[in-house]
Design a protein. Structure first.
Ligand code: DAH
Length: 347
């Protein structure tokens, strides 16, 4: 029996030494220490021993059990540590591997230019406002002094919603002048950017939807000089200090006098020619039209409850796409709306 116990001890310790997983350890525990295990089997035979031998063998069996248990605990601890180590190694993150780059978007070029323009006017004390794209004809036309029968009111030019032609998609941002003056008393300065709609076929310079930026300043003693000062300051900031501007007489029903502002073509410098060919940027004009403007018509002020004998003001309306094309040297309006990322990524 002594020999049997000694064999179990040696075998168990060696097996535990060699075990390499928690499952193998559990198997060995059952094999040696379990109810039907080898050690238990030997102990069951104790009854057959003599009274002198029994306590000696009992003590020996207990020592063997204790030794196996200790070894089992040690093996458990060391295997646990090894398993943890392996797991940590397998799950380790190499922070030095370059990450997968995420494609970052950016503001649309037209919005970049809009933001620049807004910032400049805000710096000059203008309030930026928003208004409806579905507009009443009275705001879009009548109260701006555009009478019945004016060509711009024609159904071939304007998108109407009803048979009476009283609701439409605004054809200009100028109705924002009326909306603002209805709710604000002079002195006032406002800037109203937004979408406008006209029945135009799309080509390099036309689109049935485009953006305008309306400006309005009303106070006592506002003159055409203020208009020129404000607009030249802004245009030089946008197109460069050395850009050349001119004002031309024009007609708009809601301003008197009215004018248009042009910038000398940056490509041909006003000559209309590049290397003997007609300049493609200004089509030989030498000048690029930037905006319409003028002194607010007394009738328009009156329509908004503002006394034209006390107050005067200037207004202007510019095409945002045109500004963006000039600012970013884009030669086809449609590129701005196509949103081809190969185009957009250039800005
Ligand atoms: N609304 C005009 C247009 O669409 C542009 C314009 C001209 C606006 C003169 C103004 C202005 O405020 O004073 O053609």
């Amino acid at each position: 029996m002594k020999q049997q116990l000694e064999n179990i001890r040696l075998e168990a310790l060696a097996a535990l030494e060699a075990a390499d997983s928690p499952a193998a350890l559990e198997e060995l525990r059952v094999k040696y220490l379990g109810k039907k295990g080898e050690l238990t089997a030997v102990l069951k035979m104790m009854g057959k021993l003599s009274a002198e031998e029994r306590p000696v063998m009992g003590a020996l069996a207990n020592t063997v059990r204790a030794e196996i248990e200790t070894k089992l605990d040690e093996a458990k601890a060391s295997i646990g540590a090894k398993v943890l180590e392996a797991k940590l190694a397998a799950e380790a993150i190499d922070v030095t591997i370059p990450g997968e780059s995420v494609a970052m978007g950016h503001q649309h070029p037209m919005n970049q230019v809009l933001q620049e323009i807004k910032d400049m006017f805000v710096g000059m004390g203008y309030q930026v406002v928003d208004g409806p794209e579905v507009e009443l004809a009275s705001y879009n036309f009548s109260r701006l002094n555009i009478e019945e029968g004016h060509p711009s009111r024609d159904r071939s030019d304007t998108f109407y919603f009803n048979d009476e032609d009283s609701i439409l998609l605004r054809t200009q941002t100028s109705p924002m002048q009326i909306r603002y003056m209805e709710n604000h008393q002079p002195p006032l300065c406002m800037l109203a950017p937004g979408r406008v709609f006209r029945k135009d076929e799309a080509d390099a310079t036309h689109s049935p939807m485009f953006h305008q930026i309306e400006g309005l300043a009303v106070a006592e003693n506002i003159t055409m000089g203020d208009l020129k000062g404000a607009l030249v300051t802004i245009m030089k900031k946008i197109y460069g200090e050395d850009s050349v501007m001119r004002f031309r007489p024009h007609h708009f029903p809601f301003t008197e006098p009215s004018c248009e502002m042009d910038m000398q073509c940056h490509k041909c410098h006003g000559t209309g020619e590049v290397d003997g060919n007609v300049c493609s940027t200004c089509h030989g004009e030498g000048w690029i039209e930037l905006l319409g403007a003028g002194m607010v018509h007394p009738e328009v002020l009156r329509n908004c409850g503002i006394d034209p004998d006390k107050y005067s003001g200037f207004a202007f309306g510019m095409g945002l796409e045109r500004m963006a094309m000039g600012r970013l040297k884009i030669n086809d309006l449609r590129l701005i709306f196509d949103n081809d990322v190969r185009f957009l990524n250039q800005f």
